[in-house]
Design a binder for this molecule. Structure first.
Ligand code: PGA
Length: 252
């Protein structure tokens, strides 16, 4: 059965010293709360993975990366492979974030290849989908999401599909303070689950956690997570403050 999940995406933020403070503060704060019903994941920048992984050994959270190479090891200067991530204690990895699609020209095909590399190493992909403001205003959001889900994931077997997490992140809501309403989130989450059901089966669709991301914070998380098909959140800005992040994780 699908799990409640809250993942923090630190993006390209924090000095090493600040990252050290933040992760220790997350580990301490977690001790004060009951998070048995939720899997908490922290996705720091690559250079801080070892630090975060070390702290995770005595704390109740998992380690995630923000990106992975679509290649195996070899002559790909500047890239990080899925086997390297596995060796650092990484269990989850974000793929296809809208910032990667926008600034690094990542395509649905790139995303699907990265997902294959992750699954091969037994790392759970958190695949991001989401429409721009223009696409929503033009009434194309369902089509955009359908393409991203189909082209990113639907080459997978049913077994592999069940190992993936999807994050719906409307681009217009990321870092803008403009959250999707709970009805808007539920509508797209239900749509995504239906796509999985049609391609695979209801059983498979019920196994996949679908997270909401985009200006999620301690004030709006409970309302969003109360929706039937919203299984948690992918948190950017609010994951940079331990208390806010853990409050969000306790919003089920
Ligand atoms: P935000 O970012 O919470 O700062 O809007 C979410 C994300 O991009 O994952």
């Amino acid at each position: 059965m699908r799990r409640n999940i809250v993942a923090g995406n630190w993006k390209m933020n924090k000095s090493f010293a600040e990252a050290d403070d933040l992760i220790n503060s997350i580990a301490e704060t977690l001790k004060e709360y009951d998070t048995t019903d939720v899997d908490v994941i922290v996705c720091p920048p690559y250079p801080y993975l070892e630090l975060v992984s070390d702290v995770s050994e005595d704390a109740d959270f998992f380690v995630g990366a923000q990106n992975v190479a679509k290649f195996d090891n070899g002559a790909y200067t500047g890239e990080i492979s899925s086997s390297m991530l596995k060796g650092m204690g990484v269990d989850y990895c974000i793929v296809g974030h809208s910032e990667r699609r926008k600034y690094f020209n990542e395509t649905n095909k790139d995303v699907s290849e990265k997902i294959d590399k992750l699954l091969k190493e037994d790392i759970t992909p958190i695949m991001c989908v989401g429409e721009s403001l223009e696409e929503r205003e033009g009434g194309n959001h369902f089509e955009v999401i359908r393409n991203q889900v189909q082209e990113g994931l639907f080459h997978l077997s049913a077994d592999d599909m069940q190992r993936c997490i999807i994050a719906y992140e409307p681009v217009w809501a990321i870092g803008t303070g403009k959250t999707a309403t709970k009805e808007q989130a539920q509508e797209i989450h239900a749509f995504i689950r239906k796509l999985i059901e049609e391609k695979y089966s209801d059983d498979v669709a019920q196994e996949v956690s679908i997270l909401y991301g985009g200006s999620c914070n301690p004030q709006n998380a409970r309302e969003l997570f109360s929706m039937e098909d919203v299984d948690g959140g992918l948190i950017g800005g609010a994951s940079l403050k331990a208390k806010d992040f853990i409050q969000i994780a306790c919003s089920f």
